[in-house]
Design a protein around this ligand. Structure first.
Ligand SMILES: [Zn+2]
Length: 314
């Protein structure tokens, strides 16, 4: 019997839903904007997405959501959506009459990469999702590690400089302030002021506020040294942080995803170099490959669908 699932990735700007087969193949998709400020409307849109993609073969629904998801599938807190103590699993099950599994979005992305992406050949994997912020997902001995409450792998919120920029979590100087898309944007804006003749400054029309991470990547790909320097610095900070996490977790491989990874080797090469430099005793352990993610923006929804299928298998 063919079993399919709907995976829904509820993000701060869009709700991306996919229907996936057991092999992770994407069979249908639907993307809608997130009405992020209205708790109930986000639930309504999420349910509408799952309903629209339903087929007779769909046996379960998986949901990935940014923030703290407890073991009951309740989103206790989300930084980008108005959800507070929202019983997402319960609401989806009531509306769909299907079993539902809810986890943090980066955990779901880790599961997707582990099952059918860059980590398909390993049993212990750390996913570093460096987008606007930095999310994390941990697979250990073939299982998703979510901690005692479900809140594990919030790797972006390790404080690396107590005098650093204010973070969305309320603390100062979290790792994600230095090694995410936000850090690239911040450095790009400063560079436009400091190097008005750089290709980056020309691309931005001389307006720092027009600089986003993608523009820095574009300038870097076109050969701009200023933009390349920004990506290399962020790559090194990523690599240093990842070395610390590998010292803690000892994974078989690290998968780097999120928008920052779209810059490819311009970020990955400096990240790898710094990672090896900062890792404890690299010569005395097997190589821990730092791999580029394979599933792109679909990782979360694919992982959500596959995890839901596996957890609800009878
Ligand atoms: Zn933080």
């Amino acid at each position: 019997v063919t079993r399919e699932a709907v995976g829904v990735d509820v993000g701060g700007t869009k709700i991306a839903a996919l229907r996936v087969g057991q092999d992770g193949r994407v069979l249908a998709r639907r993307t809608t904007p997130t009405p992020a400020t209205d708790q109930e409307r986000v639930v309504g849109e999420m349910i509408a997405a799952a309903t629209a993609l339903r087929s007779d073969e769909v046996a379960a629904v998986g949901v990935g959501a940014a923030g703290l998801v407890d073991r009951e599938g309740t989103v206790r807190y989300s930084p980008n959506i108005a959800w507070r103590d929202m019983p997402v699993r319960e609401r989806m099950e009531a509306a769909s009459a299907l079993p539902c599994v809810v986890e943090n979005d980066a955990s779901m992305a880790a599961w997707g990469e582990f099952r059918v992406g860059a980590g398909a050949n390993v049993r212990d994997l750390l996913l570093v999702a460096a987008g606007t912020g930095i999310g994390g997902g941990i697979v250990t001995n073939g299982s998703l590690f979510v901690g005692s409450n479900g809140f594990a792998a919030e790797i972006g919120h390790v404080i690396v400089d107590p005098d650093g920029p204010l973070c969305g979590c309320g603390n100062k100087g979290c790792w994600e302030q230095f090694a995410s898309g936000r850090a690239i944007t911040r450095a790009g804006r400063e560079a436009v002021r400091e190097y008005p003749l750089s290709a980056l400054a020309v691309l931005s029309g001389g307006d720092p506020d027009r600089v986003e991470g993608e523009l820095v990547t574009r300038a870097a790909v076109e050969g701009d040294d200023v933009a390349r320097g920004i990506l290399a610095a962020v790559g090194r900070r990523l690599g240093r942080g990842i070395a610390g996490l590998v010292n803690v977790l000892d994974p078989e491989a690290v998968v780097l995803g999120g928008g920052v990874a779209d810059a490819g080797d311009l970020v990955l090469e400096p990240a790898r170099a710094e990672f090896l430099d900062a890792l404890e005793a690299p010569a005395s352990r097997p190589e821990v490959p730092l791999l580029a993610a394979k599933l792109g923006n679909d990782a979360g929804a694919i992982g959500a669908g596959l995890l839901a299928l596996e957890k609800t298998r009878r």
